[in-house]
Design a protein around this ligand. Structure first.
Ligand SMILES: NC(=O)c1ccc[n+]([C@@H]2O[C@H](COP(=O)([O-])OP(=O)(O)OC[C@H]3O[C@@H](n4cnc5c(N)ncnc54)[C@H](OP(=O)(O)O)[C@@H]3O)[C@@H](O)[C@H]2O)c1
Length: 341
């Protein structure tokens, strides 16, 4: 089969389109014929060697997999060849962790395609228990745009952010894949959402996701605008995937007793924190990584019911995986980028 393979960590050009052996299902596994595989910024970090350093090369990336079952192993008979499926974007890779709940707190939980081969290939092998029926009725490229960001958004917004109807919240980077999903999940919960973007071209993307207020941070200080929007009170919750570069202003935009959830670091990961403000203003700081499989199922239900939808900016053939990574790196993306084998 063909796959986008890396033999070393490095820049986009380490992605090579090559012939590799097609996987066979082992006990309890299925093989999926990949129809589409979404890219996340995580894949770029993994490719660069910024997530783990112990990958066995060659390696195949890719967490967001939509396709059909092409082979079923022993003890995976709940599935049949031809079933249309979605793979969990993260799961505990060590079977001894399979009873731990929530799954994203299991020691061996990781993003799909980290130490196991992912979906940047014509076929991928997965444990049958981490496969879900695709009953969305959506094209594969739209389905493949959503798993990782949906799992992340339900966990960060609903569970950790405790976002509820009537709240006003701030979601950073509203045109990013993850920010976009967080806006949509927040709106589905009935909250009002302000978001940030870095260019005029991205304003429309954030509005399409349902943002009530879009702030171009190159034109206006976002915390000032949030305080204006909330009559000086600040938002109830900040959902942040940018990190260090905006931490101080994020907390300035947060109300007394508000919840701050971080799950990303595009703007850096080392910041200083004003402890005096932290306790006087009674802020709750929460770190978020992926989500449980129950949260993932809730996210898929939102997609199936049309309460969130995929925003696919571009698709690339799998043979152009390097160009697709370069496009994401350029920061021009509005929504998601998807590879088609
Ligand atoms: N912990 C988790 O579970 C989890 C899950 C998903 C994502 N993440 C993290 O969330 C972050 C975003 O991921 P994503 O896949 O949504 O990314 P993405 O789609 O590539 O979007 C990233 C966006 O961030 C904005 N940004 C702000 N400052 C930036 C900077 N210094 N450099 C680059 N971009 C910057 C840019 O939008 P503007 O130009 O509009 O500013 C950019 O388009 C990453 O750190 C990722 O690892 C974490």
């Amino acid at each position: 089969m063909k796959a986008a393979v890396i033999h070393e960590f490095g820049a986009e050009d380490v992605l090579k389109y090559e012939e590799v052996a097609r996987p066979e299902p082992r006990n309890g596994e299925v093989v999926i014929k990949v129809a589409a595989c979404g890219i996340n910024r995580y894949d770029l970090y993994l490719r660069m060697g910024a997530v783990v350093t112990d990958l066995a090369f060659p390696h195949v990336l890719g967490a967001d997999i939509a396709g059909t079952i092409s082979a079923v192993g022993d003890d995976a008979m709940d599935w049949q060849v031809g079933d249309q499926v979605i793979a969990a974007p993260g799961y505990p890779i060590n079977p001894s962790d399979w009873n731990i709940r929530p799954e994203n707190q299991a020691p061996s939980f990781e993003v799909t395609g980290t130490h196991t081969w992912g979906g940047n290939a014509e076929y991928v092998r997965m444990p049958a228990r981490f496969i879900y029926k695709d009953d969305t009725g959506l094209p594969a490229q739209e389905v493949a745009a959503m798993p990782l960001v949906l799992m992340t958004a339900v966990h960060a917004v609903e569970t950790l952010g405790e976002v509820r109807s009537g709240m006003k919240i701030l979601v950073q980077a509203g045109a990013s894949g993850s920010g976009n999903a967080c806006i949509q999940v927040s709106r589905a919960l009935g909250a009002k959402v302000a978001t940030t973007v870095g260019s005029a071209e991205k304003v429309e993307t954030a509005i399409q996701a349902g943002a009530n207020r879009v702030i171009n941070y190159n034109e206006r200080n976002f915390a000032d605008e949030i305080l204006e929007w909330t009559a000086g009170r600040g938002v109830d919750v900040v959902i942040d995937n940018v990190g260090a570069s905006v931490l101080e202003e994020n907390l300035r935009a947060l109300c007394l007793g508000g919840i701050f959830v971080n799950f990303g670091l595009v703007g850096g990961y080392k910041a200083s924190l004003n402890i005096r403000d932290l306790f006087f203003r009674q802020h709750q700081l929460r770190g978020s990584f992926m989500g449980s499989l129950d949260e993932f199922r809730r996210g898929l239900a939102l997609l199936r019911d049309g309460k969130v939808r995929a925003m696919v900016d571009k698709t690339f053939p799998l043979s152009e995986a390097a160009q697709a990574h370069r496009y994401i790196e350029s920061r021009a993306v509005r929504g998601k980028v998807v590879l088609i084998p």
